[in-house]
Design a protein around this ligand. Structure first.
Ligand code: LMR
Length: 347
């Protein structure tokens, strides 16, 4: 009798757990119809964590998304945005997403290298020619190779859309970076991954992976001499206070994708999910517009900040590009020709 009771309890427990979690390959239980009984007083909470400030491109787009969701669901879904690495930083936000401690993140895509090395496509030197080229890629089937990959699904992650930031440029504290020889012996902060390490090595420089939230202090304390980032990230992090020379090099990209915890997402009641998805579409359009506007404003702020700004000419950029060619030799296999050539073909 006792054994039977034990077996029955175990069966109930297993069924309950299966119903709660779906399966990790993504066949979650069917979503609830309607609004699932959520109300303004008792809303469904979506925790959205990111590392940049509220006045950055990503910060503004994330807040706009939260506002749109609130309006479209009449308060039945509340997006709690945690900016500035407040809840999780670079080192733990992906783990927090996989474990379901946050439901949504928008990392710079190179930080997804832990799951799939192909996300380092974004760091391949001078791969993208313009913002238009980047947008064509976001809308292409080539982008689906990584946004809808088995690697994400195996980690219970769903990739939804791309958000734009912009081109990266170099800055440092030692001397103006004009010619390729000027990089020699300097040490730069890098976001993540082997491609960026190889990029700096090809320039005869060193690098250290440092979380975004710790970069200002690392520049201030001289742990590293320089860094690379977009105009807007540089400006909104106030790196002009701790950097002396800024070279407009446009050598790589920094863009985002929105990733959600798949088990959580698949259980959002149908009507609410529709409103959340519409809000995300609108916020995405806004993020793309904001990227250009905010980066242009930030460039002006940087020029007016008193630091020395060097606008590299085509020949100087070409020299950096040539010096960085070994990066393609080293990483084309792991990032795949399919992805790299697919991106090039979209020019
Ligand atoms: C960085 O680490 O420099 C960026 O990825 C920060 C961000 O999210 O834009």
């Amino acid at each position: 009798m006792k054994k039977w009771l034990f077996m029955s309890l175990m069966a109930v427990l297993v069924l309950a757990l299966a119903a709660c979690s779906g399966d990790k390959k993504g066949n979650a239980s069917a979503p609830v119809e309607g609004d699932g009984g959520y109300t303004k007083e008792k809303p469904l909470i979506i925790k959205f964590s990111h590392v940049t400030s509220i006045d950055s491109v990503k910060g503004k787009a994330a807040d706009a998304f939260a506002k749109l969701v609130d309006e479209k669901t009449e308060g039945k879904v509340k997006v709690e945005v945690y900016p500035s690495s407040q809840l999780y930083g670079d080192n733990d936000e992906l783990d927090a997403l996989v474990s379901g401690n946050v439901h949504m993140i928008a990392p710079s895509v190179t930080k997804m290298v832990k799951i799939d090395p192909r996300w380092q496509y974004v760091d391949m030197p001078y791969l993208f020619e313009s913002d238009e080229h980047v947008r064509k890629f976001f809308k292409s089937d080539v982008a689906k190779l990584i946004l809808e990959s088995d690697q994400l699904a195996a980690n219970d992650i769903k990739g939804l859309v791309f958000w734009e930031n912009g081109f990266k440029h170099f800055s440092n504290n030692k001397h103006p970076l004009v010619n390729v020889e000027d990089f020699k012996g300097l040490k730069f902060r890098a976001q993540a991954g082997k491609v960026l390490e190889a990029q700096f090595k090809a320039l005869n420089a060193g690098s250290a992976t440092i979380a975004f939230g710790e970069t200002y202090a690392a520049l201030q304390q001289g742990t590293v001499d320089g860094q690379e980032n977009t105009f807007n990230n540089f400006d909104t992090q106030k790196y002009q206070e701790v950097q002396k020379y800024f070279s407009v090099s446009q050598h790589g990209r920094l863009d985002y994708a929105i990733f959600v915890n798949k088990s959580f997402w698949d259980k959002i009641p149908a009507d609410l999910l529709k409103a959340v998805e519409e809000s995300l579409d609108e916020a995405t359009k806004l993020a793309w517009d904001l990227a250009a506007e905010e980066n242009a404003k930030s460039f002006e702020n940087i020029k007016n900040s008193g630091i020395e700004v060097i606008e590299l000419d085509d020949a100087q950029k070409e020299a950096i590009k040539t010096k960085l060619e070994p990066v393609y030799e080293e990483f084309s296999d792991s990032i795949t020709e399919e992805l790299i050539n697919g991106i090039r073909d979209l020019k």
